[in-house]
Design a protein around this ligand. Structure first.
Ligand SMILES: Cc1cc2nc3c(=O)[nH]c(=O)nc-3n(C[C@H](O)[C@H](O)[C@H](O)COP(=O)(O)OP(=O)(O)OC[C@H]3O[C@@H](n4cnc5c(N)ncnc54)[C@H](O)[C@@H]3O)c2cc1C
Ligand code: SF4
Ligand code: SF4
Ligand code: SF4
Length: 415
């Protein structure tokens, strides 16, 4: 029977919950806003299945990719609406054209992130683009298993641990499954995201502080309703692909317009993106991720091709270039069916500016400070600022740790 004594050993994939024959495992949110399983010991029959399917208990070997490509969707409109090269939408449309089902992450009605499946091309739009928040997997492994057993093609996209969780849950290979992960920096807390959404809606001063591009002032009396969120806006604001344009649209009682821009910033002007990219709000498992370097059993790994402008400048137009690691014949075969620009690249070129492929981030000193402030009532903006403003001695120590990590791969030095 599972017992989570060390939170860094659970990625929250929900495989154990879905596989337990007694349905005696329930996910509970902790004080950092992440879900962890809890077993009702009075119902447990000690069958051990939960441990068998857990992707965190036994590590796979490192897997060398068969081929690596820089990749661009030839349809520019689709590429501009995607986070990077627009590879996902091509794979998804092709799956549906062949009668298949696509699993991915979308916003729910409260703008929290959940996994779901769709069966038509029209339903694919909400699954497009990265949502930088951990998604709830729910029962999607079970649903995928059902479709696979019926002989339907299934495309399942998720973080590397979610993909390994799916494979462990299924416990056998299916020819009709195409599993796709992405290079994963780590997942931010759903609890922090929930509170930040409330801050965006509640607090006019938060919007002022979040960036000079904020367009719409509003007061508590005129609470806006969020109608759209994009973590990777490329067009609006002229942000392009590389600046991580973060845009929130809403319906404001002041303007009544469905598409008012409530917030529009680039990553280094936005408190949530800063807390994410400075690693204050990642799930504990992400600081010692066991599924990097092709260990997730995915057929394809997709990601941003950071640094393409210096390696192959002719391939970059700032509208988004992806990198793709092909791990299986199935992954290779689907590339013949989609309309994509591919450029074969070397491993060193692909990972040069994307260390998340092979290494986890270190726990920053600011993480403890962030949670100290956030859990005692400070806003996300305040907690992030306070966490960033560390004493000089700590900043030097952090810098040394980062340099050491680069040189000899030191991890989790603060643990
Ligand atoms: C939390 C997170 C961290 C990432 N870290 C890196 C990184 O360090 N380096 C890098 O190069 N790329 C990273 N990516 C991947 C990158 O942002 C793009 O998703 C990827 O390049 C695919 O882009 P695309 O244009 O082909 O497809 P898109 O249209 O952007 O499709 C994205 C796919 O990811 C799925 N997805 C979106 N959000 C989530 C989520 N929260 N959980 C699970 N699945 C989700 C969607 O359903 C869709 O299938 C990360 C993505 C996420 C969600
Ligand atoms: S040991 Fe079996 S019954 Fe007990 S929690 Fe795990 S899967 Fe459920
Ligand atoms: S990693 Fe997944 S399977 Fe393992 S304990 Fe956590 S939720 Fe359960
Ligand atoms: S960094 Fe690793 S553990 Fe964290 S979400 Fe990504 S794949 Fe999972």
């Amino acid at each position: 029977m599972l017992q989570i004594t060390d939170k860094s050993k659970c990625c929250g994939c929900n495989a154990c919950v879905q596989r337990c024959p007694k349905q005696c495992i329930v996910m509970h949110e902790d004080e950092e806003g992440f879900l962890y399983p809890q077993v009702d010991v009075t119902l447990c029959v000690d069958c051990g299945l939960c441990e068998k399917v857990c992707p965190m208990l036994a590590q796979n070997d490192v897997k060398k990719a068969l081929q690596i490509f820089a990749a661009k969707n030839k349809n520019e409109h689709q590429r501009l609406r995607s986070s990077s090269g627009g590879i996902f939408i091509l794979l998804a449309e092709q799956t549906i054209k062949m009668g298949g089902v696509v699993f991915g992450a979308r916003f729910d009605k409260n703008w929290e992130v959940e996994h779901c499946y769709v069966e038509t091309i029209e339903e694919l739009e909400p699954l497009m683009r990265s949502k930088y928040v951990q998604s709830r997997i729910g029962n999607t492994y079970k649903e995928a298993e059902q479709f696979l057993k019926e002989g339907r093609r299934v495309l399942f996209v998720g973080t590397s641990c979610q993909i390994l969780g799916l494979h462990k849950f299924l416990r056998k290979d299916y020819n009709n499954l195409l599993s796709v992960d992405f290079i994963c920096h780590g997942v931010p807390s759903p609890g922090v995201w929930r509170k930040y959404l409330q801050e965006i809606k509640n607090n006019a001063s938060l919007c002022e502080a979040a960036g000079k591009n904020t367009v719409l002032p509003f007061s508590l009396k005129f609470m806006p309703v969020i109608t759209g969120i994009n973590f990777r806006e490329k067009g609006l604001g002229g942000y392009g692909w590389k600046k991580f344009g973060f845009v929130v649209h809403g319906k404001s009682p002041l303007k009544g317009d469905q598409n008012s821009v409530l917030l529009s910033t680039i990553f280094n002007e936005n408190a949530f993106m800063k807390a994410f990219l400075y690693n204050f709000i990642l799930r504990p498992s992400c600081y010692s991720c066991p599924v990097k370097k092709g260990k997730s059993e995915s057929d394809l790994t997709i990601a941003d091709f950071w640094g393409i402008e210096t390696i192959y400048p002719d391939f970059d137009d700032d509208k988004g270039v992806g990198v793709m690691f092909v791990h299986s014949e199935k992954g290779s075969n689907i590339l013949n069916l989609i309309d994509i620009d591919l450029l074969s690249v070397k491993y060193d070129e692909a990972i040069k500016n994307n260390p998340a492929y092979y290494t986890s981030v270190a726990v920053p000193y600011g993480r403890v400070r962030f949670w100290k402030f956030f859990n005692t009532g400070k806003t996300l903006v305040e907690s992030t600022l306070l966490a960033l403003f560390s004493p000089l001695s700590i900043r030097i120590k952090t810098k040394v740790v980062l340099i050491l990590k680069k040189i000899i791969g030191v991890k989790n030095i603060y643990n």
